[in-house]
Design a protein around this ligand. Structure first.
Ligand code: SAM
Length: 216
C-alpha cells in the first residue's frame, strides 16, 4: 500500500453516500449487474442491494471495471425481506417503473435517504414490489421503444441523484460513522488481512497515517 494509493482510498470513501442505494429485483444478466455496480461506484453509492432467487444469484462480468471490489452488494432472499431491511435502515424505496402513476424521475428529492428499485430485464418490476414501493418514477421515453436497458435506466436516475447531492454539498465531507469508515478503509486497503481477521474473529489492526500496517 503506497501513501498515494491510501490517500485515494480515503478520498473515494469520504465521498460515499450511505443513504443512496439501488435494489435490483432479479436483474440476472452479469453484464447488467456489473454495469450498474460500476455506475454505483461512480456516483458514490456505498452499498447496493439485490433480490435474487437461487436460480439467479448475481455474478459479475468484465464490464464492472473492477468496481465490484469497492461496492458492497447485499443479497436478499425475497422482495418482502429486502423492503423490510431497507426500511429498517431508513430508506424510502422508489420503483423505476413505467406505470401510469409514475412521476418524472427528476421530480424526486434524492438528498433524502433513497433506494431506487430496478426491475428484471424482461419482466420489469414485479407487481408485489410495485405495490410495496413508496412511489414510482419514470424516465420519459419519446421514441419507438418502451423502455431502456436496466443499466442505462439506473445510470440516468443515479446521476440525477448525484447532481442533487453535489448541489446540496453532500460530497464535501465524509458521511460515514467513524467506526464504519475505519472498517471499510481497512477492508479496501488490506482485503486479505481483513478476511483472515474475520475468520479468526479478531479486530482489524490499526493503520498508520500513510496506511501502513502496524508491526506485529
Ligand atoms: N418489459 C419490461 C417492463 O415492462 O417493465 C421492461 C423492463 S426494462 C428493460 C428493465 C428495468 O429498467 C425496468 O424494470 C425499470 O426498472 C428500468 N427502466 C427501463 N426503462 C425505464 C424508464 N423509461 N423509466 C423508468 N425505469 C426504466
Amino acid at each position: 500500500m503506497t501513501p498515494e494509493r491510501f490517500k485515494r482510498l480515503n478520498e473515494v470513501l469520504s465521498r460515499r453516500q450511505p443513504d443512496l442505494t439501488v435494489l435490483l429485483e432479479q436483474v440476472h444478466k452479469p453484464h447488467n449487474l456489473s454495469a450498474i455496480l460500476r455506475t454505483c461506484d461512480a456516483v458514490g453509492v456505498l452499498e447496493a442491494h439485490a433480490v435474487a432467487s437461487g436460480r439467479h444469484l448475481p455474478t459479475y462480468h468484465d464490464t464492472s471495471g473492477g468496481s465490484h471490489k469497492w461496492m458492497f452488494l447485499q443479497v436478499h432472499r425475497d422482495v418482502a425481506t429486502a423492503f423490510h431491511n431497507l426500511r429498517a435502515s431508513g430508506f424510502k424505496i422508489y420503483a423505476a417503473h413505467l406505470s401510469e402513476q409514475a412521476l418524472d424521475y427528476r421530480e424526486l428529492d434524492y438528498t433524502k435517504p433513497s433506494c431506487i428499485l430496478l426491475g428484471a430485464e424482461k419482466w420489469g418490476v414485479s407487481e408485489q414490489a410495485a405495490l410495496l414501493a413508496d412511489g414510482h418514477i419514470v424516465i420519459p421515453m419519446m421514441g419507438m421503444v418502451q423502455s431502456l436497458n436496466v443499466s442505462v435506466a439506473a445510470a440516468v436516475i443515479l446521476f440525477e441523484a448525484q447532481r442533487q447531492r453535489l448541489k446540496a454539498g453532500m460530497y464535501q465531507a465524509s458521511r460515514l460513522e467513524a467506526q464504519n469508515y475505519r472498517r471499510i478503509l481497512f477492508e479496501w486497503a488490506y482485503p486479505e488481512v481483513a478476511e483472515i481477521c474475520q475468520k479468526e474473529n479478531r479486530p482489524y489492526p490499526e493503520l498508520g497515517p500513510g496506511g501502513e500496517l502496524a508491526p506485529g
